[in-house]
Design a protein around this ligand. Structure first.
Ligand SMILES: [Zn+2]
Length: 102
């Protein structure tokens, strides 16, 4: 097992996992419920994480996530489909699935 991604944003973590699964890379989400269950832990310990089932997928997984997350960074953007405010790393609205237009 190899950790490939972690974030306080649960939607981002699931998005990352979905991206990997779409590419045929097996991955699981861990620590999904930690943040609510363990209020005393330091923030780094409460991040939800995406773990690869197979370490051989590491390079492919990094490429997938890099392409998905690193292109658009900076300010959150507002979805034209549903008006939801989306994190900068998303290229697609997590709520309605509309693609970012700018
Ligand atoms: Zn939307």
């Amino acid at each position: 097992m190899k950790r490939i991604y972690s974030s306080h944003n649960l939607a981002a973590v699931h998005h990352a996992r979905n991206l990997l699964e779409t590419e045929g890379i097996r991955a699981v989400v861990r620590n999904e419920f930690l943040s609510s269950a363990m209020g005393d832990l330091p923030p780094a310990e409460c991040q939800a994480e995406v773990w690869l089932l197979f370490e051989k997928d590491l390079q492919a997984a990094e490429t997938v996530l890099k392409n998905a997350f690193s292109l658009k960074s900076g300010e959150p953007w507002r979805c034209n489909g549903c008006g939801e405010a989306c994190e900068a790393q998303f290229t697609q609205c997590w709520r309605c699935g509309a693609f970012r237009e700018n």
